[in-house]
Write a protein that binds this ligand. Structure first.
Ligand code: ATP
Length: 362
């Protein structure tokens, strides 16, 4: 079922604005991530969809129904909490069957349905155990089974993988993706882990201070962050954000490119597609991922400060006359600390942001 928010605001008692006039359409069947730093409002947004918080203003629809003022039980949504919130005194079977009991489904049907759902999540052998006798991954599956059993039209997952250790988390991530794909139920999940959002979601909303800063597919958000906030937030090694100034081109460059961007005395061509958007004197921020910087004679010069081994690549931090620059080099090609390196963006890999508002020029 489609979930749509129209200018939704949530102001808590005490005056904190957790959601600030937020509009968003989540499509039917979509696996949708709410991503952002601590305090940006993502949990509040999820809880508002669930009905655990009521919007202070705006309209929330699930399908064609206006649910803004409806209590959680009438919204046909199921939420899985970060700590799973299983009932400790109940067996797995009773935990999973609980939502059916609330719906007054008969005992026989309840049991059959719970068993079927649990089996689908590989819990069949654990039905008589209590939550304390389960591993973290098993508890998570019980929580998912309990959410699924009443066949809600929307799933809401609050940091679904954060209680699992690193190895189990990867396993559970794959499992969750397959499950969502198989069920095809609209699923909204909250995470502060950008790798998790990129790996799982069909689309991501990156939030900051109660607003959406970018909405897009993982690829769009990774390749073309819409502003420096998103650029700095996404990527396992953050994007280099280098201050520069637009200058008039000279010689041949002037004919082919018009203007150039000066970064610490090094001139980079302005990407052709945005050349008309810039004028000499404009202050910009050039964004380029460490993976997309390559060595070049005419590049930005720096001294190798730190080399970190990332497995198949190494991350090199250069000190420059400006802020440090990070560049990824292939395994076995690591420079010595103290060596000089000159680097430049690969063609087509440079993003240019306006320095005043931090928005991407495109
Ligand atoms: P985290 O990743 O740390 O959970 P979050 O992005 O989920 O953060 P929210 O929990 O939605 O953020 O909080 C958004 C803002 O609203 C924060 O400033 C928070 O302090 C505030 N807030 C959340 N719940 C309440 C509440 N019940 N009463 C008052 N303020 C609240």
């Amino acid at each position: 079922m489609r979930v749509s928010l129209e200018e939704v605001t949530k102001v808590f008692d005490g005056g904190v604005t957790a959601l600030d006039g937020l509009s968003l359409d989540i499509e039917d069947g979509e696996f949708f991530a709410l991503l952002g730093p601590s305090g940006c409002g993502k949990t509040t947004l999820l809880r508002t969809i669930a009905g655990l918080e009521t919007a202070s203003a705006g309209v929330l629809r699930i399908g064609d129904r206006d649910v803004t003022r409806l209590p959680p039980g009438e919204r046909d949504v199921a939420m899985v909490f970060q700590d799973y919130a299983l009932f400790p005194h109940m067996t797995v079977a009773d935990n999973v069957a609980y939502p059916l009991r609330i719906k007054k489904v008969g005992r026989t049907e309840r049991r059959a349905k719970a068993a079927q759902t649990a089996a689908g999540l590989s819990l069949a052998g654990l039905m008589e155990r209590r939550p304390a006798q389960l591993s973290g991954g098993q508890q998570q599956r019980v929580a998912l089974a309990r959410a699924m059993v009443a066949e809600p039209t929307v799933f809401l997952l609050d940091e679904p993988l954060s209680n699992l250790d690193a190895r189990l988390r990867l396993e559970a991530r794959t499992f969750l993706k397959r499950l969502q794909h198989d069920l095809g139920v609209t699923t909204v999940f909250v995470t502060h882990d950008q790798a998790e959002a990129l790996a799982l979601a069909d689309r991501i909303a990156v939030m900051d201070a109660g607003r959406i800063r970018q909405l897009g597919t993982p690829r769009e958000i990774f390749q073309r962050p819409a502003n420096v906030f998103v650029a700095g937030f996404i990527g396992s090694t953050p994007m280099n954000l280098l201050e520069g100034e637009c200058v008039a081109g000279d010689g041949e460059a002037a004919e082919s490119w018009g203007h150039q961007i000066d970064i610490t005395g090094v001139r980079l061509p302005v990407p052709e597609e945005i050349v008309t958007e810039l004028n000499p004197g404009d202050k910009v921020i050039v964004g380029v991922r460490p993976e997309y910087l390559v060595e070049a004679e005419e590049g930005i010069e720096g001294q190798v400060d730190i080399v970190e081994n990332l497995g198949t690549t190494s991350l090199v931090t250069l000190t420059t006359t400006g802020p440090p620059v990070q560049v990824t080099v292939p395994e076995g090609r690591e420079p010595e600390p103290g060596a000089t390196m000159r680097v430049t963006p690969e063609p087509g890999r440079m993003l240019v942001y306006r320095a005043d508002d931090g928005e991407l020029i495109d």
